[in-house]
Design a protein around this ligand. Structure first.
Ligand SMILES: *[C@@H]1O[C@H](CO)[C@@H](O)[C@H](O)[C@H]1NC(C)=O
Ligand SMILES: *[C@@H]1O[C@H](CO)[C@@H](O)[C@H](O)[C@H]1NC(C)=O
Ligand SMILES: *[C@@H]1O[C@H](CO)[C@@H](O)[C@H](O)[C@H]1NC(C)=O
Ligand SMILES: *[C@@H]1O[C@H](CO)[C@@H](O)[C@H](O)[C@H]1NC(C)=O
Ligand SMILES: *[C@@H]1O[C@H](CO)[C@@H](O)[C@H](O)[C@H]1NC(C)=O
Ligand SMILES: *[C@@H]1O[C@H](CO)[C@@H](O)[C@H](O)[C@H]1NC(C)=O
Length: 812
């Protein structure tokens, strides 16, 4: 019996390890001529016991990273990389050449990276079980080792010598060099420093060991401690003192992109299978990164922002009232005003247009330009700042008034500032600080941009039409707002799991790993413990948005008419179980928290796949097109309720680990009752993919999705975006127009220039272009159904010659 169980266990273990070892070449030494090619799930070289692997990792936004990673844990955590600044396209090759050099070259033979051994040549390369990749000469001496060329990580047994450093990555998933470094300077000082990004010029030391002239080596002892030693090996200073058994834990020390140095540990096997292992923090330095202060530079966060120390010791970069992040994907880029700042041109007449918003416990200590002491009053301080066009904000406390100038720098929240009041100057007409309004404004702006560019490239008549459309659009956005939603959301009859907020907080490790974000929600990666650590994507609606988020509204629409129809309708999204739709697994609706749990798509969105660094293969693109068409066909015709998705675009098509395309984001979806085939509703969707009937005040049908699909199909064929302001040729700016011109002039080859596979498959290129032109007909009734589209793509229906997409103009 016991034997059986252990047999079963070992089978289980084998099954667990299998996915990671199938393609490993388990011979420790690689001789001259050995090579690896960059491809999805490509081969790699494993260390003798399989703990580490050397090979290519596909990075989200296109391109491959030559890297070393922990290979026996699901996270595949990267510990070293060669080309973070210059990702390699698919098909690139790393080779130990006949001359004994390790070289990374792109498919055309251009060198991306090399180990630079000078005149020497290595006999073989090997990845050791410490994670050190070594190049060894014939006589057995080490010519090169990755341990001597660290990136942002140190591993047990690794040492840093005088002059060596770890450089932080630019961001969590961007491996190029960033804004911080950890250096053992040649004078023996161990320091954390901010850099004058993008070059590696040092701005400020924000932590120092104080061991000038005495430090000689930083040691990461294999049993855990990290310490600085003198020349004769005695310990001068201990950074991280805890010990961990080598048998039971993986360890690494990382200078994170946000400037903190962290010693992480990972239990190799957890005692309880339900309690998953993860990297946990054993030691963190400095104790409060928010307190970086520097004369030049912005401090721990970007300009105009402030830093709040998180419970985990890491910084959260935030914007003051009236400001928003310049780039939500790159929080350290800082914040910008949501309003037009006060002009010094007509300062006096503008004064009454500004107000002061109050904040507490925050300060920007290095940004003063004025200081008024001696018992001034708060009222005086307020008037002084409002009347001074240089004043970005004022800090008042204890009879003192400090005036601060742009850009605000070194901001951080700290209890020691509790007695003072921050008065932030914002424009009174602050409609833009309301998130939904801000979003609508943004839409209007981009619409205006699109319209301008179209105006520049089309006829007078079209111009007039567009102006009319723009006017209607602006008008509709202004007066269209989602209704407030029913806070009591129930999901009767749906095959969905209800989660508590606590469960999802745990599943996402405190909403740690962000996968993406939109105007109303952020999506985080998580794992469901009780479901065998199934990875999921958890979509969390912004708590702040009072108006209903669209997706919840769609769900809620379902729920509100909670009579007989509802169950049938609810199952439409809740239990859509088509292989080309992302599956909704569960939800949470607790107080202000509203979250949706979806299956996790490991290969990200079609947008990053298609517009990322390397062009995806033609046949894979075709596959994605077909799968998307099938998913839409299902939504339109095979569900019990017709669903109009309303926002088909590459960002909303996700790819799972075998690159199967799945439609996601039903945030804007509109459901049609069985006997209803048309609906009138406010404009939904994304510019560039939106069908023209949205702009006319006419009912929309499932044909709006056919239109968006047509645009998507063109993007898949040509591997470019539907609109490119920087196109070489003005005629190529709008993809649909350009494609139709090429089709008409029988010059389809231009569309797939340099794409050998597609060029060898011109028959299909032409067929797909024709299908796409049918899909983007201005007149919705001319567009085929998705069923017909699938049939045409699969070859079971003929494709006839399409008319020009905008033939409706002549009939108007
Ligand atoms: C490589 O081989 C060793 C022993 O021969 C084995 O213990 C290890 O698991 C193997 N590694 C991989 C990745 O297959
Ligand atoms: C990383 O960030 C830098 C700076 O913003 C950018 O230039 C670079 O393209 C990014 N790399 C990737 C792979 O996204
Ligand atoms: C460090 O070096 C200085 C001389 O540069 C010496 O006076 C001092 O004793 C040394 N400290 C330690 C702890 O060795
Ligand atoms: C690691 O620490 C142990 C004692 O804890 C010591 O015996 C050993 O020499 C150290 N290893 C290195 C490489 O310094
Ligand atoms: C060398 O190590 C000994 C202890 O082993 C210590 O007392 C001495 O100060 C060290 N010498 C230097 C120059 O650091
Ligand atoms: C504008 O800001 C002021 C001051 O913060 C606030 O009192 C007011 O409610 C805001 N108005 C709107 C419409 O958000």
């Amino acid at each position: 019996m016991a034997l059986q169980i252990s047999y079963l266990l070992s089978l289980l273990l084998l099954a667990l390890l299998l996915p990671y070892s199938t393609t490993a070449q388990n011979s420790s030494n690689q001789y001259q001529g050995s090579s690896l090619t960059a491809q999805e799930k490509g081969p790699y070289w494993a260390s003798p016991l399989g703990h580490f692997a050397f090979g290519f990792q596909h990075i989200e936004n296109g391109g491959f990273l030559l890297a070393i990673w922990f290979n026996k844990i699901p996270e595949n955590t990267i510990v070293w990389s060669a080309n973070g600044d210059n990702l390699a396209p698919a098909g690139s090759k790393v080779e130990l050449t006949k001359g004994g050099q390790l070289e990374l070259k792109d498919p055309t033979g251009i060198e991306i990276w090399t180990s630079e051994l000078g005149g020497l040549g290595a006999d073989y390369a090997a990845l050791l079980d410490t994670g050190n990749f070594v190049l060894v000469s014939q006589d057995g001496s080490l010519l090169w080792q990755s341990f001597n060329h660290p990136t942002n990580t140190m591993l047990p047994t690794q040492t840093l010598r005088l002059g060596s450093k770890l450089v932080a990555h630019y961001s969590e998933r961007n491996y190029s060099n960033g804004r911080f470094q950890f250096q053992l300077a040649t004078n023996g000082l161990l320091v954390l420093q901010t850099l004058a990004y993008p070059i590696d010029w040092v701005n400020t030391d924000y932590w120092s060991s104080g061991t000038i002239n005495n430090g000689s080596q930083l040691v990461f002892n294999e049993s855990g401690p990290i310490y600085l030693t003198t020349t004769n090996g005695s310990i001068l200073m201990t950074l991280s003192s805890k010990s961990f058994s080598k048998q039971d834990y993986y360890q690494r020390a990382v200078l994170e992109y946000d400037g903190v140095l962290i010693h992480y540990v990972y239990p190799k096997s957890s005692t309880n299978r339900l309690m998953a292992s993860t990297w946990s923090i054993s030691f963190i330095m400095p104790p409060n990164i928010c307190k970086i202060t520097e004369n030049i530079g912005s401090g721990a966060c970007g300009f105009n922002s402030y830093c709040e120390l998180g419970g985990d010791g890491r910084p959260n970069c935030k914007c003051p009232t009236g400001y928003t992040l310049i780039d939500p994907k790159d929080v350290m880029k800082g914040c910008r005003q949501d309003f037009l700042p006060q002009s010094c041109y007509e300062a006096s007449s503008e004064t009454d247009q500004f107000a002061l918003s109050e904040m507490e416990s925050v300060n920007w200590p290095f940004t003063d330009y004025g200081h008024y002491g001696g018992g001034v009053t708060e009222d005086w301080c307020r008037k002084a700042c409002l009347g001074d066009c240089f004043c970005a904000l004022a800090v008042f406390g204890g009879g003192h008034c400090w005036m601060k100038k742009f850009p605000l720098s070194n901001g951080f929240r700290d209890q020691s500032y509790a007695g003072t009041k921050v008065l932030i100057k914002i424009r009174k007409d602050n409609s833009t600080s309301n998130p939904s309004d801000a979003d609508l404004k943004k839409k209007n702006h981009s619409t205006v941009r699109l319209i301008l560019s179209v105006l520049l490239s089309s006829s007078m008549f079209l111009n007039l039409l567009f102006l009319l459309a723009a006017f209607l659009l602006a008008f509709r956005f202004k007066y269209w707002k989602p209704k407030a939603c029913n806070p009591y959301l129930v999901m009767p009859g749906m095959n969905l799991r209800s989660h508590t907020y606590e469960e999802l907080t745990e599943a996402t490790n405190g909403f740690r790993e962000e996968l993406g974000r939109g105007a109303f929600a952020k999506v985080y990666k998580g794992v469901l413990e009780y479901e065998d650590r199934k990875p999921v994507a958890v979509k969390r609606m912004n708590d702040l948005v009072k108006d209903c988020d669209m997706e919840f509204k769609a769900m809620n629409d379902l729920v509100k008419d909670c009579d007989m129809e509802f169950k049938a309708e609810a199952s439409a999204i809740g239990s859509t179980n088509h292989r080309n739709l992302v599956k909704l697994l569960g939800y949470c609706n607790e107080g202000q928290h509203r979250l949706l749990v979806y299956e996790f798509m490991s290969n990200g969105s079609l947008a990053s796949f298609l517009f990322g660094g390397s062009r995806p293969y033609w046949y894979r693109r075709i596959q994605v097109a077909l799968e998307t068409a099938r998913g839409l066909f299902y939504l339109h015709e095979e569900c019990s309720t017709q669903i109009i998705h309303c926002d088909i675009k590459p960002q909303n098509i996700l790819l799972d680990d075998s690159f199967t395309a799945k439609i996601s984001d039903f945030g804007l979806a509109k459901l049609l009752k069985v006997d209803q085939t048309r609906t009138t509703t406010g404009i939904r969707g994304t510019k560039g993919y939106v069908a023209p009937e949205w702009f006319r005040n006419v009912p929309v049908t499932i044909k709006v999705d056919v239109y968006s699909f047509g645009i998507l199909l063109l993007e898949l064929i040509c591997c470019r975006k539907s609109f490119e302001a920087e196109a070489k040729d003005e005629d190529q700016m709008i993809l649909a127009d350009w494609v139709y011109d090429c089709y008409k002039d029988r010059k389809l080859k231009l569309l797939v220039d340099n794409d050998v596979e597609a060029t060898n498959d011109m028959k299909r290129v032409e067929k797909y272009v024709m299908i796409a032109i049918w899909c983007i007909q201005e007149d919705p009734s001319l567009r085929p159904t998705m069923k017909k589209v699938v049939q045409m793509m699969e070859g079971s229906a003929e494709v006839s010659i399409p008319p020009g997409p905008s033939s409706f103009i002549s009939s108007m």
